[in-house]
Design a protein around this ligand. Structure first.
Ligand SMILES: [Zn+2]
Length: 717
């Protein structure tokens, strides 16, 4: 019988990933789990409250450091580490072996013990298997580790073998020293990166009655592939009924790979160490706050994270704290990183338990590693890697293809049309404007179909200079907005450069003068109505990324997008265009925008941006538009999106097809439907099809009121 009573709950099909649980002297631990490192009985820069809130079940403390300060005697006097730091859950102590061999300073090794000089007071300290266990018993950890001899994973076979054999002898002495203590004790498999030694070590160590088994001596110089191979060799030989611990590993991706190979427990300093440098682990890969691109981003560092940092502070604020080296920046980012690690472990466990591990593993492998190479010295980054890196930002990446085949790797032969960039959301895999040339689709579906130019030309008396307002929902790479702007500029035959001069001339940032300039510009441009274009976007990474590649995003060879990013506004006085950017969630920001005449509704699909496609979201829009004539254009023609529009109170008409898509959709507010809109409203035929459909319900519909709203909709009378 072991002290931890480990229970294996599930092993994933097609993988060694496993979920289990065990009980220590203080709490139940669910695996796989990550143990934050509290070297000096404190997780660096973190309050214990925040570590508790992250869900950490076990804290790792370093025997070596605690022996030197505050010293074993203090723990004996005060009754152990739990009381000392008021930590109610489990503590695992390492043996001190790793520090002796990895920290600089003089040391010597005999069969009996290791001797080294204290970095605190230069006295000589002897660390034997017995004295290590005595120290760990005084510290009072729930799980102790045997003293082992660590060698770099790159040493000669003979050196590795000697160290391994000494570790085996010390393991037996450690077990004897533990005696009848209720504290659990783990054995450690050594053997550097030699497969034969790892196999031999696993066989010898698992013969001994340990409560769990660790894989030591990795994360000390070997490559990731070597580490993963080594891990797999060892886990295959470890008994199923004991927890397995991979010491000192690693990045989020390392954890994913090791869980896949059957490891249950991890510790690593990276979450807090990288936080000090300004690096966050997020659901879209690593984000490095040393990059100026984050200077003015308003959203949280990880939109999918529920931690205190993410629900309270913007990237811009965290960027600033890091820039001025404010300790709170380190604290906040560290808390997020620990939360992210713990959440990742919980998600891995859930996927193992519900049988979806393999698909989760596949979806996370590259994602967790995204931008991992950022911040490394340039000499380690190859040209190809750098190029790949610049093709990704946040959760987006650039996909380059011909104008009609987005998945073609390149179009350098010129036969398949010009090379065109598209933005892919790496989380969902969805590509914006995946089928057609994005610029062509923007022109056809939104600018032409909405008769934008005709509406602007209509200088009706009484309308005066009231601008036509267009909402551009889902700015993305600014394809639709620039299609609108460039079509108006072509009408005016005004060069973009001139517009900048005009802006400077009227000091465009000054509201009153800007209005005058817009009115004058409109007048000189043949009495066209001015245009107010309002773009909505919550994540500007896709535009920032596209701006890096003007060769593939030709519509961005224009001063407007950069100016919009800098000022949230761009004016073209002569053409009568005002372009505004509203950052944040459209469902919130729409209330701050002037009411529209036209809506270009072009966010990612419900798979990625589900909140924008719900019945509730369309109802809010319909309510806002109830006293205006508003036309809404969207690329979707799915039954449930049309049902949502109808149930929300829009009239729904067929939109023009684009590429292989036979149709798109136009929503009309009741006032727009009452006028001479000239659209083909959906009729009985669609209603019959909807009744037969198994996707009748609008997204997010909870009660059944929508059904009657569609059946009794005036457009079907
Ligand atoms: Zn967070």
């Amino acid at each position: 019988m072991t002290r931890l009573d480990f229970k294996l709950e599930a092993t994933a099909a097609g993988s060694r990933a496993r979920a289990g649980r065990f009980r220590t002297l203080h709490n139940e631990v669910l695996t796989p789990t990550f143990m934050p490192v509290g070297t000096h009985a404190s997780v660096r820069a973190q309050r214990r409250e925040d570590v508790l809130e992250s869900g950490a079940q076990v804290l790792l403390a370093n025997t070596y450091h605690l022996m030197l300060r505050p010293g074993v005697a203090l723990f004996e006097k005060l009754g152990g580490i739990h009381r000392f730091m008021n930590w109610p859950r489990s503590v695992l102590t390492d043996s001190g072996g790793f520090q002796i061999f990895s920290l600089p300073g003089s040391r010597s090794m005999t069969e009996e013990c290791a001797e080294f000089k204290s970095y605190v007071d230069q006295t000589t300290i002897r660390l034997s298997p017995e004295s290590s266990i005595a120290a760990q018993r005084a510290i009072g950890s729930d799980i102790m580790m045997v003293l082992d001899q660590c060698v770099p994973s790159t040493v000669d076979h003979s050196v590795a073998k000697q160290a391994m054999e000494l570790t085996h002898r010390w393991a037996l002495r450690s077990l004897a020293a533990r005696g009848d203590s209720a504290q659990a004790l783990f054995g450690i498999v050594q053997g550097a990166s030699y497969a034969d030694l790892r196999v031999q070590s696993a066989r010898v160590i698992t013969e001994m009655p340990f409560d769990g088994f660790a894989i030591g001596g990795l994360a000390v110089g070997e490559g990731a592939g070597e580490r993963e191979d080594c891990t797999a060799i060892v886990t295959e030989l470890l008994p199923e009924d004991r927890p397995r611990y991979l010491m000192g590993v690693g990045t989020t991706r390392d954890l994913l790979e090791a869980v896949h190979r059957g490891v249950d427990m991890f510790d690593c300093i990276l979450p807090t160490a990288l936080a000090k440098q300004g690096v966050a682990f997020t659901s879209m890969g690593r984000r490095d706050l040393r990059r100026a691109a984050y200077r003015d981003i308003e959203g949280p560092i990880d939109p999918e994270c529920s931690c205190h940092t993410c629900t309270t502070y913007s990237i811009a604020y965290l960027y600033h704290l890091n820039r001025v080296q404010e300790p709170q920046g380190w604290q906040l980012l560290g808390a997020h990183n620990i939360h992210f690690y713990m959440e990742l472990m919980r998600r891995m466990r859930a996927h193992i338990l519900d049988g979806s591990w393999l698909s989760f593993y596949g979806s996370q492998r590259d994602l967790l590693d995204a931008r991992d190479s950022y911040g490394k010295p340039p000499r380690h980054v190859t040209k190809a890697q750098r190029r790949a890196l610049s093709l990704r930002l946040g959760r987006y990446e650039v996909v380059v293809g011909s104008s009609n085949a987005p998945d073609a790797p390149n179009a350098s032969d010129g036969s398949a049309g010009a090379a065109v960039g598209r933005i892919r959301d790496t989380v969902s895999g969805e590509i914006m404007h995946s089928v057609n040339d994005p610029a062509e689709e923007a022109r056809s579906l939104y600018v032409e179909q909405s008769r934008l130019l005709e509406r602007l030309r209509r200088a009706e008396p009484g309308v005066g200079a009231r601008p036509l307002v267009v909402w551009d929902v889902g700015l993305g790479a600014a394809t639709n907005a620039m299609a609108a702007i460039q079509c108006i500029e072509a009408e005016h035959a005004v060069e973009a450069e001139q517009s900048i001069e005009a802006d400077h001339a009227v000091e465009a940032r000054h509201e009153v003068q800007a209005r005058h300039a817009l009115a004058r510009g409109a007048e000189s441009a043949g009495r066209m109505r001015p245009l107010t274009l309002v773009s909505f976007e919550n994540d500007l990474d896709s535009l920032i990324l596209a701006l890096r590649h003007p060769a593939w995003f030709r519509h961005l060879r224009h001063p407007a997008p950069r100016r919009l990013l800098e000022d949230n506004r761009w004016l073209h006085a002569a053409a009568g265009i005002e372009w505004q950017l509203l950052r944040g969630d459209f469902n919130q920001t729409k209330f701050r925008a002037p009411l529209p005449d036209l809506v270009f509704f072009d966010p990612f699909s419900f798979k990625t941006d589900s909140g924008l496609w719900t019945l509730a979201a369309f109802r809010e829009m319909a309510k806002l538009f109830s006293l205006n004539a508003v036309e809404l254009y969207t690329y979707s023609y799915s039954t449930s999106v049309r049902a949502a529009l109808l149930a929300a109170g829009f009239y729904v008409a067929k939109g023009r097809g684009t590429g292989p898509k036979a149709e798109t959709t136009i929503g009309l507010s009741p006032l727009a439907a009452a006028g001479p809109h000239g659209r083909e409203l959906l009729g009985e035929e669609w209603l019959a099809k909807w009744r037969r459909s198994d996707a009748q319900a609008p997204l997010g519909a909870d009660d059944d009121s929508w059904r009657g709203a569609i059946e009794r909709h005036p457009q079907f009378r």
